[in-house]
Design a binder for this molecule. Structure first.
Ligand SMILES: Nc1ncnc2c1ncn2[C@@H]1O[C@H](COP(=O)(O)OP(=O)(O)OP(=O)(O)O)[C@@H](O)[C@H]1O
Ligand SMILES: [Mg+2]
Length: 277
């Protein structure tokens, strides 16, 4: 396997602790992932994954369908436990925590699932209020203020009483985005935030991700097949292949990469099975 890791800040290395994907700029990383291994039965999905996510940074994860992108995300918030390896979030090792110990940490993170997944039986208000009610004791008026603010952020003010079934796919995604931002998370994990949306609506989602980043100063990991979105929001990108990041670096570095597999992927060309490794 080629290791084409390009730490994006080469001048900021710490020789005592240098690992692929590691970079120490801007203080300690929010997420530090080391040696993550995960198998399902005989299939190794993650095979020693390493990376850091800096505070305020958005990392895009690209890779073929089935390469383990969603599995990676689920390890970052403790929804899955690895066979080996560690995930530190703001200095706390997650892989050893019990479910109840993860609870206060999960409050600081949000995940926008691949399926979108609003609760169909609840109106928009109750959907967005759900995590607020679960994690806080705010009185109704304050919950309503937060819901209104988050709907404003996704430019859907005033639709509190509508049911998800009455909304378009793009509006559903935007409400799901509003819900994921309800508790002002420090880290947002986005799994395919634009799947199934037309290009214009996808671009709107990209703008909303940028805007929410500005407003909340949150860090993010964005899994996507949507290359325009990836370019819009990603400070760095990672290319997942056979359980590791075959590439991790800035867009500039990616565009200069001579790795045929990465180039083919970024240019949307079908690959040969012989990928040049
Ligand atoms: N809970 C599970 N049990 C068994 N196998 C699983 C489980 N979750 C994921 N897998 C397998 O792990 C592999 C990676 O899955 P994952 O969902 O992470 O892919 P992905 O990169 O997100 O793909 P896509 O782009 O299609 O969403 C797949 O082969 C999948 O079948
Ligand atoms: Mg997936």
């Amino acid at each position: 396997m080629t290791t084409d890791h390009n730490p994006s800040r080469p001048d900021d290395s710490n020789p005592g602790d240098s690992r692929p994907g590691d970079s120490k700029a801007g203080g300690p990383p929010l997420l530090q992932v080391r040696g993550l291994v995960k198998s399902y039965g005989p299939r190794i999905i993650l095979d020693g994954l390493d990376f850091d996510l800096h505070k305020g940074e958005t990392l895009v994860i690209l890779g073929r369908s089935g390469s383990g992108k969603s599995v990676t995300l689920r390890h970052l918030n403790g929804l899955e436990y690895p066979d080996r390896g560690t995930v530190h979030f703001d200095g706390t090792e997650l892989t050893q925590l019990r479910e109840e110990e993860l609870y206060p940490i999960r409050r600081r993170m949000a995940m926008l699932f691949q399926s979108g997944a609003l609760f169909d039986s609840m109106n928009v208000f109750d959907n967005i209020a759900f995590p607020i009610r679960e994690h806080t004791d705010l009185p109704l008026e304050e919950v309503a203020e937060v819901v209104a603010a988050k709907l404003k952020l996704v430019r859907l003010s005033g639709i509190e009483q509508q049911m998800p079934s009455s909304l378009s796919g793009g509006m559903n995604k935007r409400v799901a985005l509003a819900r994921s931002l309800a508790l002002d998370p420090e880290l947002v994990l986005y799994d395919e935030p634009t799947t199934g949306l037309d290009p214009v609506t996808s671009a709107v989602i990209g703008q909303l991700i940028l805007k929410s980043r500005e407003t909340l100063n949150a860090s993010a990991v964005v899994v996507t097949h949507d290359l325009p979105l990836a370019r819009t929001v990603g400070h760095r990108l990672a290319f997942l292949d056979r359980g590791r990041f075959r590439f991790l670096g800035t867009w500039k570095e990616a565009d200069q990469s001579e790795d045929p597999m990465l180039r083919g992927f970024l240019e949307g060309r079908p690959e040969n099975d012989d990928d040049g490794t």
